[in-house]
Design a protein around this ligand. Structure first.
Ligand code: NDJ
Length: 652
């Protein structure tokens, strides 16, 4: 039984009695084409929520809002790489405490549809697979590749025994478990792989849980993704003929419940896209039609959350496209967990099919305009290598990858010297498109431009023979869907400068997160530039600042107006990437509980391309791009009112 407290001990006794009396069960009725919960017909109305995209202190808030919408279940991915970031070290604490999340869902009255992968897609870095799998150069991911299967077996041997006590039949709230994820959309179509997974899931979870698959709405996907003994479900969005889609599921499951495992309430954004939106009325109408057919529905996403740190994934169809930091997904609950009109429309539909919990919908969490903070320049990366790469460089005649230097996320600096005098601008080329994913090029610390995977394969460089050539390479997130998920990062092939192949590299893994969580650059010893010059900077540069406490720790949104692209940390927490120059996302969500109400809040920014001379950032109370100057005016006006009120009150 799950972690036992007194009430839990009582429950486990009760469960044992119920089990003995055969009352606690979750199964499929192939005659009445439905699920049975404790022997009674059951239709789940579920929503996807990813604990890995929400800070732990907000889990209960989001779950409560989903329950008050009338959902009776949630659908949850388990990202393997979130828990086993380092091979052989499994972490289930803090924001990774899966069992606490399951317990909160249970306490809230929500059943769980668990999707432990091992691959999950989800616009998550490498689809949830750990990057250390790429240590084997030709590993065939998501196949019967022996090294891949060994790693999968080791991982599931840790995860699934944790999950088993939480199965509904064992007193928990997990009603069904998905094997793999849309396997039919992958090229390998390896039935031995799926059979191996089926054996592992059955071995660790027993015979009493429903194992299922989910695949896209095409014959090819359903053929390669389904397997005997795993209940076949389908996924599709609002622009689908639902009769045809469920007829396709019926070809693979002639009897049993209709299930749409991912009914898309919105869609994902890549950097450079228009923000994706899906009409709320269309979502609620199609939801009603499917529920009327008696289908079981999971809405993907119900609460999207955030790709904190480096956890965003990417897609590679015609070209590499990195997913943005916000996983708002235009979902019924916003990235910050605020109920939307779409949620209310969905609740009105659900009301027609089941009783909605009485009581008010929990409100949006409070948001605060903390206003402007002026940052100070700390310095550019080339001058900070002792701090950021304390073990020094790896030397190599030709460039080697992130994976070969055993740094999987973030940034690596590649350094060499110019082989000749470049009196004329000279092309620096990546002939094999080997920059994965963006490279920021400086000579003697002076930024000269960038290269970008698939889109910018040449740029011009000038300098003198022997000058230092620094190339900072950024991992923008590994591909999470399709055949390119074995997505190595760094300089994957040689760079050509003019006619010369560049050689004799010093390669610096940059442990920025280790330095920042250790207090850098805010430590007492650290002084920012003595005379903070208000001039724009170009190239990879660190900034620091302090948001003074004001007794509040409310949500806020960080707007870096006129900044270009980079990474931001607050109080040592990596909030993710910003790229207002490309959009569509214009602000970075800052969960309130990250902030201190009494101590100065340390802000650290790595700007990769160009920072404005004012080096100011703004903490707003909403994510949408508002006119910066209007806000500046409002901010100053508000401060003046507060000052004059204070003076007035002091005077009396
Ligand atoms: C742009 C290609 C998107 C491929 N992913 C698809 S179809 N999806 C299905 C996948 O199972 C889910 O994890 C999500 O990744 C979802 C999109 O949000």
């Amino acid at each position: 039984t799950p972690r036992c407290t007194d009430s839990c001990l009582f429950r486990s006794v009760t469960v044992t009695i119920l089990q003995a009396s055969g009352e606690r069960s979750f199964s499929i009725d192939y005659k009445r084409n439905c699920f049975l919960k404790d022997g009674k017909p059951f239709q789940y109305i579920s929503g996807s929520i990813h604990y890995s995209r929400i800070p732990r202190y907000y889990w209960k808030d989001r779950l409560a809002k989903m329950y008050m919408t009338g959902l009776n279940a949630i659908q949850v991915y388990v990202p393997w790489n979130f828990h086993e970031t380092v091979q052989g070290v499994q972490n289930f604490t803090g924001d990774r405490d899966l069992e606490h999340f399951l317990d909160l869902a249970n306490q809230t009255g929500l059943l769980v549809i668990l999707r432990p992968g091992p691959y999950i897609c989800a616009e998550w870095e490498m689809g949830g697979l750990p990057a250390w799998l790429l240590q084997k150069p030709n590993i065939i991911l998501r196949s019967a590749d022996t090294d891949y299967l060994q790693a999968v077996s080791n991982w599931l041997a840790v995860l699934l025994p944790k999950v088993k006590p939480w199965l509904y039949v064992n007193g928990g709230n997990i009603i069904t478990v998905q094997v793999e994820n849309e396997y039919g959309s992958y090229y390998s179509c390896d039935y031995n792989y799926m059979r191996h997974l089926r054996t592992l899931f059955r071995f660790f979870l027993g015979e009493d849980v429903i194992l299922f698959t989910t695949d896209g709405n095409t014959n090819k996907e359903m053929i390669c993704g389904t397997l005997e003994g795993l209940y076949a479900t389908i996924d599709f969005g609002t622009d689908t003929n639902i009769t045809e889609a469920f007829a396709r599921q019926r070809r693979f499951e002639p009897r049993g419940p209709l299930v749409n495992s991912e009914f898309y309430t919105g869609w994902l954004d890549h950097w450079g896209d228009q923000h994706a939106v899906v009409d709320a009325q269309k979502v609620s109408r199609v939801l009603g039609e499917m529920l009327t057919m008696g289908a079981n529905i999971n809405m993907y996403m119900f609460e999207g959350g955030t790709n904190f740190g480096y956890w965003n994934g990417a897609d590679h169809d015609t070209r590499f496209r990195s997913v943005v930091t916000s996983y708002d997904y235009d979902a019924p609950l916003t990235e910050a967990g605020d109920p939307t009109e779409k949620l209310l429309a969905i609740r009105d539909v659900i009301k027609q099919f089941r009783e909605i919990p009485s009581g008010p919908m929990p409100p949006a969490t409070p948001k605060f305009v903390y206003g402007f903070v002026t940052l100070q320049k700390v310095g550019d990366i080339s001058g900070l290598l002792n701090t950021l790469s304390p073990l020094g460089p790896i030397k190599s005649q030709y460039p080697i990858t992130f994976e070969e230097v055993k740094q999987y996320y973030g940034y690596v600096l590649y350094r060499t010297t110019l082989p000749h005098n470049l009196s004329e601008p000279t092309p620096l080329i990546s002939p094999l498109n080997g920059v994965h994913d963006r490279a920021y090029v400086s000579v003697n610390g002076v930024f000269q431009g960038l290269l970008e995977r698939d889109t910018v394969l040449v740029m011009n460089v000038t300098g003198q023979q022997g000058d230092t050539l620094d190339i900072l390479v950024e991992n923008m997130g590994r591909v999470n869907f399709g055949s390119k998920i074995n997505d190595y990062k760094g300089l994957l092939s040689n760079l050509i400068l003019g006619k010369d192949v560049l050689t004799d590299w010093k390669i610096y893994p940059l442990d920025i997160d280790g330095a920042v969580t250790g207090g850098w650059p805010h430590g007492n010893s650290r002084k920012s530039d003595p005379a903070p010059r208000r001039e724009p900077t170009r190239g990879p540069t660190f900034y620091m600042g302090t948001l003074q406490p004001n007794g509040l720790a409310w949500d806020t949104f960080l707007k870096l107006n006129e900044w270009t692209k980079g990474q931001v940390w607050i109080n040592g927490v990596n909030l993710g990437r910003y790229w207002p120059a490309r959009g569509p996302q214009q602000t970075v969500y800052v969960p309130g509980p990250l902030l201190s109400t009494t101590l100065p809040n340390n802000i650290t920014v790595l700007e990769l391309e160009g920072a404005p001379g004012h080096s100011r950032v703004l903490f707003m109370d909403r994510p949408h791009p508002l006119n910066f100057e209007v806000l500046h005016f409002l901010h100053i006006a508000a401060l003046k009112i507060i000052i004059s009120l204070t003076e007035f009150l002091d005077g009396h």
